[in-house]
Write a protein that binds this ligand. Structure first.
Ligand SMILES: N[C@@H](CCC(=O)N[C@@H](CS)C(=O)NCC(=O)O)C(=O)O
Length: 122
């Protein structure tokens, strides 16, 4: 089972590399504003998880600068995800809200919607 997962992971990563979306181009000012808005975000993820690849592709397409956290190999990060986020599931977007509260956003589709809304400047 581990071998099959490893092979599937390699295929997914290979296809991702071959079909990587082109990053969106914005004005310097717009990009700077967006970079400031995403500075606090962290994506807890596994390198070869298909749901994480989906989110990373959208981050690339939207040209967002978001720190990636390896929740598989970084045990401290994994514990933080479980203890503070509530479960060991990736992808999970760590968000510091305007009022300093923290949201651990699970589910790839919900993360995509959040990032797309942010990129629109809403
Ligand atoms: N519905 C979720 C599925 C996410 C999912 O199944 N992630 C797997 C990795 S591919 C996971 O976190 N598994 C828990 C584990 O490996 O402990 C999404 O779309 O984000």
């Amino acid at each position: 089972m581990k071998v099959i997962r490893w092979i599937l992971g390699k295929i997914i990563l290979g296809l991702d590399k071959l079909t990587a979306p082109a990053p969106m181009i914005r004005s310097v000012e717009e990009q700077k504003k967006l970079d400031e808005a995403t500075a606090q975000l962290k994506l807890y993820q596994f390198h070869a998880c298909p749901f994480c690849v989906k989110v990373r592709r959208e981050i690339r397409r939207l040209n967002l600068k978001i720190k990636l956290v390896d929740a598989l190999n970084d045990k401290t990060a994994e514990e933080r995800l479980i203890n503070e986020g509530g479960k060991r599931q990736v992808p999970c977007l760590y968000i510091v809200n305007e009022d300093e509260s923290v949201t651990w956003l699970y589910e790839s589709n919900a993360i995509l919607i959040y990032l797309q809304t942010l990129a629109k400047g809403e």
